[in-house]
Ligand binder design. Structure first.
Ligand SMILES: Cc1cc2nc3c(=O)[nH]c(=O)nc-3n(C[C@H](O)[C@H](O)[C@H](O)COP(=O)(O)O)c2cc1C
Length: 149
């Protein structure tokens, strides 16, 4: 079964809420998923992934240092050809997701459009996150025409 691995950092759980909703959307399309806080994530978690979603909130105009370290660590494995998503909660600027996007692109990952939610996601925003999870799944399962996204 195709697999989506979602790794996130979070300070006050907003990006975590996004991550869980992305997982729900992908699961609903029949995709296998792995969801981990970056503090528990291993480089090897990404090895058998078809799609990877990396999330970080924006703190002091940057991604969380734990997410940055994980992104440095995964440079050691071949990620080319996977599909990717950069996501995160923010207050007023986009540096974290912009930088995650650039780094994953440099690893040969085919990125879809970044997913950004201002502060705490409400039900409407969570639904948007589910749709993006569904879109990621559809890109992998190659049934774009059948997916309602
Ligand atoms: C100390 C601090 C610094 C922050 N710096 C930024 C920033 O530079 N840019 C921004 O867009 N938001 C900034 N924020 C807002 C957070 O990105 C926002 O609260 C986000 O929802 C936190 O997500 P999380 O709950 O996943 O940690 C900051 C918040 C705090 C508490």
């Amino acid at each position: 079964m195709p697999k989506l691995v979602i790794i996130f950092g979070t300070g006050s759980h907003n990006t975590e809420r996004m991550a869980k909703a992305i997982q729900e959307g992908a699961t609903a399309e029949g995709m296998d998923t792995l969801l981990k806080n970056v503090n528990d994530a291993l480089v090897t978690d990404l090895a058998d992934a078809d799609a990877v979603a990396i999330g970080s909130p924006n703190y002091n105009h940057a991604m969380m240092p734990t997410v940055r370290k994980f992104l440095n660590d995964i440079a050691s494995i071949d990620l080319s050809g996977k599909v990717g998503l950069s996501f995160g909660s923010y207050g007023w600027s986009f540096e974290a997701t912009d930088e995650i996007h650039k780094i994953l692109t440099s690893y040969g990952i085919e990125m879809i459009e970044d997913l950004l939610i201002k502060r705490m996601p409400g039900e409407e925003e969570l639904e948007m996150c589910r749709r993006v999870g569904s879109l990621l799944a559809c890109k992998i399962i190659k049934k774009e025409v059948l997916c309602a996204v």
